[in-house]
Design a protein around this ligand. Sequence first.
Ligand code: ADP
Ligand code: ADP
Length: 226
Amino acid sequence: MAAISLSGIDKIYAGGTKAVDNLNLDVKDGEFMVLVGPSGCGKSTALRMIAGLEDISGGSLTIGDRVVNDLAPKDRDIAMVFQNYALYPHMTVEQNLAFGLQLRGTPKDEIKKRVAEAAKMLGLEPYLKRKPAALSGGQRQRVAMGRAIVREPQAFLMDEPLSNLDAKLRVSMRASLSQLHERLGVTTIYVTHDQVEAMTLGDRVAVLRDGKLQQVDTPQRLFDFP
Ligand code: ADP
Ligand code: ADP
């Protein structure tokens, strides 16, 4: 687990769009931080810079005690969960969960242990031998989360992970996510355009507009909860 600190972060795309403008944000160790704002406000760009999937145009990004601006994604020790799940269709759930660890050379016994733990935590035990095509949307999203969890990263980055699910599943997955966070305590940055998601999940919520940070506060204070 690690704190994540963005200091004066800018993103200017080729073509000149300033997608992120002098973003300052300190995410505490173990905190669940939600980035919220309308489509096009720069949420995904900010998240992708933290993941290392997008170059940073200016400013400084720190994970733990390291400035990581120039580190490759695989050296940042963070795991990203996408809205389209990005599962391997020809592999079973079990193989999907194990694959990232195999690539990293994790010992077999350790992989077995972590896959079993994650499957238990996510209620995936009955589906381990199935392929993604034979799973529901909610189950696929659980596998995507399981793949992040087994890596035991310093932080999770999630880009609208629930947006492809129907309303009912979203509600139950929100509850599962909160429980997971309570249990694992891993620093999380979660992007959404959905205010309800922001309110129910975030320890704090950062509101972006036109690439700029407008506010960052607890949901209670931001949304004037009773
Ligand atoms: P959000 O995630 O809040 O919807 P994005 O980070 O996707 O916002 O986009 C922020 C701005 O940057 C938008 O104006 C978008 O059109 C622009 N943008 C995003 N990705 C690219 C890209 N690869 N090249 C050029 N402009 C981009
Ligand atoms: P979201 O709003 O969910 O982030 P988008 O549909 O805006 O997704 O963007 C989907 C993909 O297209 C992203 O990879 C983004 O970087 C890219 N993209 C978005 N806007 C632009 C743009 N103006 N020019 C080039 N690529 C873009």
